[in-house]
Every structure is written in structure tokens, then in C-alpha cells.
Write a protein that binds this ligand. Structure first.
Ligand code: 23J
Ligand code: MN
Length: 263
């Protein structure tokens, strides 16, 4: 099919509702869960603040508007290569320099929900990803890979979402070999439903935080705190994730959407 015909067909499918738009973002506000880093290592991102400028009042009689205090890595968000020291030198590695073609791409959804509810430290491995490909088809260069865990159902409570105890945070994520394999497929990025793209215990891996360290070293992207991955097919959806065009930005809160064929 010619591309103009294909896009025209998509237009019809969107207008008729045969292709649905699924919202993969969480609400962004003062109660949005934020990552807590080991205090000896880091300063945390500040709580989100929404400040009223006016609301049809003496500060502005006919309009309402707010200003925000908001870390780049807050809520459902995009990680750019420049976020990590391993990706700091890419000239196309910040939110304002990434090619926009990369913000719209097919998505592979790996269902790890059963394993993750049984084991909060569940790690997806390269072997698991290869088994998933044998069943569903190959991950192609330029596509997203996201890990469905149903962890987003905890997003309303920071304590449940971070799931930390005296041994630190416990949340599922990718192993080092998983991320190495995903990079080898040519995938454009890795996404998760948890607070960050790495597992809760990933600070103790070698290298630490492999979804950050290795993906960004390879000029690939991350998506964190995704929602509703249980509403997507394993293959066949198109992901739209365009970060704000922040100057030299390392990431951005993001209204991530998926185009999904209606069953
Ligand atoms: C800063 C430092 C470590 C990590 C993170 C941020 C994230 O997970 C993030 O939001 O990118 S692990
Ligand atoms: Mn981030």
C-alpha cells in the first residue's frame, strides 16, 4: 500500500474508532510518586507544585492558568540519552535534539504481570525476551520494548509504588543481559510501569542501573511510570511519546499514547 493510502486508511480508522487511542500516562500532580535515591549518592527531585496564577479573578478576570515546579524525571516520563553519563556526548541525545521520527514507533509489550506479582524483585532476562519473540515475532530495529507488570495499579500510593523496606526499593525490571539483548535488536527504547526504567534493586547490578547506563550509552531512550500496558496487544500497537522540547533536557514528563486496533 502507498503511504498516502495507508495514512488515509488510518485517518478513517481513527475517525470511526476502529483504532483506539489508549492513554499510557498517569496524572501529574503534588501526589505523583517520585524516585528516592540513596542519600549518600544523590539529591532527590522536588515534589511537584502547581501554583495558581489566576482563576477568573482579580489576578486575571477572564482566564485561569498555573505555573509548575516540576522535575524532568517526574511521573510518566521520557529518559533521553543525556540523562546518563554514558550518553552525555550524543549531539542528538537531549529532548530538543532527538529526531522527531523516533517519537512515533511500533511497540512490543512483554507480559510479566504474573511473575511480578509473585516476585516483586522479578528480573526479565534475555532468554525470556527470546522466548517471547519465538511466540510473538521478532523485535525490529526502531521499535519500543515495554515490560508489562501491572505495577501501574500501585501508582496511586507512593509507598506501594516504591515498595521500599530496610533493604531498599523492590520493583520488577530488566536484568543486565536483558538490556544488552534489547540493544542488540536495534530497539529504540525500553519502557516500564515502575518509578524508573530499572528494577528496584538495580543499584547493586554490574553495571548499576543497566536500563539507564547501557541503553543511554547506545543512544536509546527510556519510558518510566507507564500505565495501562494491560490494554495493549503484544504486538501491533503504535506508541507516541514526545518529550517537551526542553533546551538540553535530560528527560520530560510525557503524555504517552498508544494507537491500538480495536478487537
Ligand atoms: C536519577 C538517578 C537515578 C535514577 C533515576 C534518576 C531514574 O530512574 C530516572 O527517573 O531516570 S535510577
Ligand atoms: Mn527518568
Amino acid at each position: 500500500m502507498k503511504s498516502n493510502e495507508a495514512l488515509g486508511a488510518l485517518a478513517d480508522l481513527l475517525l470511526s474508532g476502529s483504532v483506539e487511542v489508549v492513554d499510557l500516562a498517569a496524572v501529574l500532580g503534588p501526589d505523583t510518586p517520585l524516585i528516592k535515591l540513596p542519600p549518600e549518592l544523590a539529591v532527590d527531585t522536588p515534589k511537584i507544585e502547581i501554583h495558581k496564577i489566576s482563576a477568573y479573578d482579580d489576578k486575571g478576570p477572564w482566564w485561569a492558568w498555573n505555573w509548575l515546579k516540576l522535575g524532568e524525571h517526574s511521573g510518566t516520563h521520557f529518559d533521553a540519552p543525556r540523562h546518563w553519563i554514558t550518553g552525555k556526548d550524543y549531539s542528538d541525545g537531549s529532548t530538543d535534539t532527538i529526531a522527531p521520527q523516533n517519537f512515533v514507533a511500533p511497540v512490543n509489550v512483554i507480559d510479566c504481570s504474573k511473575q511480578s506479582s509473585a516476585d516483586h524483585d522479578y528480573l526479565l532476562t534475555a532468554e525470556d525476551v527470546k522466548a517471547w519473540e519465538a511466540e510473538h515475532g521478532a523485535i525490529r530495529p526502531g521499535e519500543w520494548v515495554v515490560m508489562r507488570t501491572d505495577w501501574y495499579k500501585r501508582n496511586g500510593s507512593e509507598a506501594e509504588f516504591l515498595n521500599a523496606n530496610e533493604t531498599g526499593p523492590h520493583a520488577p525490571g530488566p536484568s543486565v543481559d536483558c538490556i544488552e539483548y534489547i540493544i542488540s535488536t536495534g530497539a529504540i527504547g525500553w519502557g516500564s510501569e515502575t518509578i524508573g526504567t530499572d528494577a528496584g534493586q538495580a543499584g547493586g547490578m554490574e553495571p548499576p542501573f543497566p536500563a539507564h547506563s547501557l541503553m543511554h550509552k547506545a543512544n536509546r531512550y527510556g519510558l518510566a511510570s507507564l500505565c495501562n500496558l494491560d490494554k495493549l496487544p503484544a504486538k501491533g500497537a503504535i506508541l507516541i511519546a514526545a518529550p517537551l522540547k526542553i533546551e538540553n533536557g535530560t528527560g520530560s514528563p510525557c503524555r504517552v499514547l498508544a494507537l491500538v486496533p480495536k478487537a
